[in-house]
Design a protein around this ligand. Structure first.
Ligand code: CO
Length: 134
């Protein structure tokens, strides 16, 4: 069902400092910060030859990553995103196995303008999984 690794998302407290780290210390290609108010994050895309890393800084009062950063003050890997061909079919198949889909279960439009769903980390080795329709 899952295909390519679309991105790894890392929650950070200071996206300017994290951008410098990826650009200057690790020598990666780093985008300008983009505020995504509807997702409660500011995001920077780090382009790698085979995938992307997304640096996420909380934006606004009820950012979905604020609590994560309370628990992980140094930041950390927040989720991994795998591509699927048909997100509705993937969801139905996962629900049949007893896996929990977060929220209403209906795909939302994610940071890349494509439908996404999140799977409960307790069902997947403590890792929050995002599925994105390729
Ligand atoms: Co993501």
């Amino acid at each position: 069902m899952i295909g390519r690794l679309n991105h790894i998302a890392i929650a950070v407290r200071d996206i300017a400092a994290a951008s410098r780290l990826y650009r200057d210390t690790l020598g990666a290609e780093v985008s300008s910060p983009e505020p995504l108010a509807e997702h409660g994050v500011t995001v920077v895309f780090v382009a790698l030859p085979n995938t992307k890393v997304e640096l996420l800084e909380p934006l606004g009062e009820d950012s979905p990553i604020a609590r994560f950063l309370d628990k992980n003050p140094d930041g950390g890997i927040h989720h991994v995103c795998y591509e699927v061909e048909d997100i509705g079919a993937a969801r139905d198949q996962l629900l049949k196995t007893g896996a929990r889909v977060l929220g209403s279960g209906e795909p939302k439009i994610g940071a890349h303008g494509k439908p996404v769903l999140f799977l409960h980390p307790k069902d997947f080795n403590g890792t929050l999984i995002e599925l994105e329709q390729a």
